[in-house]
Structure formats: C-alpha cells, structure tokens
Design a protein around this ligand. Structure first.
Ligand code: MG
Length: 232
C-alpha cells in the first residue's frame, strides 16, 4: 500500500461518525416501555372529535382507524408536552383527484403544527404542501412517500415551545421527523404558532395529537406516544 493510500485509510478511520439519515424500519414497531398506546387496532377511546368532544365516529376496520369524511378531526383526550410519536398511515388511490385533493389528512402536534399527509406520489402540489411537509413552512428534506396503498410510517420527535416569565415564547417548538425511516426534518424550529386548520388560539405548553379529516378515507394504525420529561 502506498503511503498516500495508508494516509487515506487512517483519515477515514479517524473521521467522525456522521449521524445517519436513516433508521431501521419501524413498520409495525411494538410500543416501547413507557409508551401510551393511542390506537391498538381496535380501541379508539383515547380520542374524541374536535369541538364537540363526541366519542370517535370514524370507522374501525381491519385494525385501522379510518377517516370518515364529514366527521371532524380526531383529537386525543390527553395532552402532551415533549414526546416521541409513532404512527402509520395508508393512502387509498384516488386517481381522479389531484394536488391537495388526493388523500389529504394530517398529523398535528399540539393540535396546531401539521405534518402533512397526502398522496403526493406522482402528484405535484404546491410548496410546503406535500406529504411530510411542515404545512406552510418547510418541505421535507427528502421525498419519502411510497406509492399509494402501502403503509407509511412517521416517527416524530417533538419539543414543545418554552416560555419566558412574561408568558411569551422564548424558544420555538422543534421537530424531527422520519418518514419511512428517512429523516425528512432534523430538529427544525417551527416559527408559526399554528399551521392552517389547527386548533388556534394561544400557543400552549402542552396539547393533543390531532388527526385531520380532509375528506379522504385515510387509514391509520399502530399509534403510540412516549412522553419525554421536559428539561428546562
Ligand atoms: Mg392536511
């Protein structure tokens, strides 16, 4: 081996480990210790409907929670601060629909910061509106959507906003998202207090998970959350 090659090998060995942009598949991942199961395939009692607080009227079939168009967004009864959330979603092919009309839903943090759910596979839409976008703020770093009628995963780490003594936001909320095990947002600050169609009002320190009814029978399954004890 030439000295130049030896040097290259040595430098490679000394190179810092770069955080991987992928993680192992979490499809059908079992809830870890400490997780709160929000939907186990049968029981939707942890959810109620937005505004009315009615018990869940979306369909439950084949182990899935299925958006029932016209029945409003579902919201968890419990609120969370910082957390890790796992959720799986399946998008039926709505071949006659385009752009935002093709299988729109969404997973909202604190009921107000949407990670978009949309069949944006071969379906162009506007900026900050495709699947995985922080709606209205940032596109995913990579397009990780699968073709329709396959299961997708989101693994979301959310850090709630922090407030100063005056009650004003001192630090914006932050979010990291893996879509189908590909990192699409890396500790991104969310600089708006509410994305479109969120719960609105004053930004809270805790809030629910909200699943959006946007008129398409999107299926969800295997939903669980691990609350993280907040450090200052
Ligand atoms: Mg949406």
């Amino acid at each position: 081996m030439k000295i130049r090659d030896m040097l290259a090998v040595a430098l490679f060995a000394l190179a810092p480990v770069v955080a991987t942009a992928h993680q192992k598949s979490t499809l059908m991942a079992k809830p870890p210790k400490g997780a709160i199961v929000l939907f186990d395939g049968k029981d939707a009692s942890k959810w109620h409907h937005r505004d009315s607080n009615d018990e869940c009227k979306w369909d439950i079939a084949d182990g899935c929670l299925i958006v029932k168009p016209g029945q409003p967004d579902l919201v968890t009864k419990e609120e969370f601060g910082d957390y890790k959330l796992h959720i799986e979603f399946w998008l039926p092919l709505l071949a006659n629909e385009k752009s935002q009309g093709r299988c729109n839903s969404g997973v909202y943090q604190h009921g107000r910061y949407e990670i978009q759910v949309l069949d944006s596979y071969n379906n162009p839409t506007y900026k900050f509106g495709g699947c995985g976008a922080i709606y209205g703020q940032k596109d995913p770093d990579k397009d990780a959507i699968k073709p329709p009628e396959q299961w997708n995963t989101y693994d979301i780490t959310f850090r709630a906003p922090r407030f100063g003594p005056d009650g004003k936001v001192k630090e914006f909320p932050r979010i990291t998202v893996f879509h189908n095990s590909i990192k699409i947002h890396d500790n991104v600050e969310i600089k708006v207090s509410n994305t479109a169609s969120g719960l609105g009002g004053e930004q809270p320190a805790t809030g629910p998970i909200l699943l959006q009814d946007h008129g398409a029978p999107v299926r969800y399954r295997n939903i669980w959350i691990v609350p993280i004890k907040a450090k200052a």
